[in-house]
Ligand binder design. Structure first.
Ligand SMILES: [Zn+2]
Length: 135
């Protein structure tokens, strides 16, 4: 899907592996080399052990809806209201703010199992989530 009119994030040096992974269809997360804690968003030091050593690893792409809101206010002309803003708790633990697709807003519930899909917008590919299909 191409929708070039919505505002999209610009990858910077710290987040580039995340967006490069998305462009390849993989949900890449930063992970502490010393204690294995996942870091999302990407940051220089580990919250748990303060290590500055990290690697990037693919996440499963599966998770559950932790919380969500339905937005009725149009904050940008390209947004079609109402739309959902959802926090997905990944299997690996980190929570990712995103949007659910392929589901009506009325059908979303806390705890819903979801899986990642990728949508390309011009130069940036963004992870979205849909109801999990392999249950
Ligand atoms: Zn650590």
């Amino acid at each position: 899907m191409t929708q070039s009119t919505i505002p999209v994030p610009e990858p910077d040096e710290a987040s580039r592996p995340f967006f490069d992974g998305a462009a390849e269809g993989r949900l890449m997360l930063m992970r502490c080399i010393d204690c294995q804690t996942w870091r999302l968003p990407a940051r220089q030091h580990c919250d748990v052990c303060l290590s500055d050593r990290y690697t990037w690893e693919p996440a499963s792409g599966r998770g559950r809806v932790r919380t969500f809101g339905i937005m009725h206010q149009r904050y940008h002309p390209a947004f079609q209201v109402p739309y959902n803003v959802t926090v997905v708790e990944l299997e690996e633990g980190p929570r990712l703010p995103t949007n659910l697709v392929d589901v009506t807003n009325e059908a979303i519930y806390v705890g819903m199992p979801v899986e990642v899909v990728f949508e390309r917008y011009d130069d940036v590919t963004l992870p979205r989530f849909r109801p999990a299909r392999d249950l």
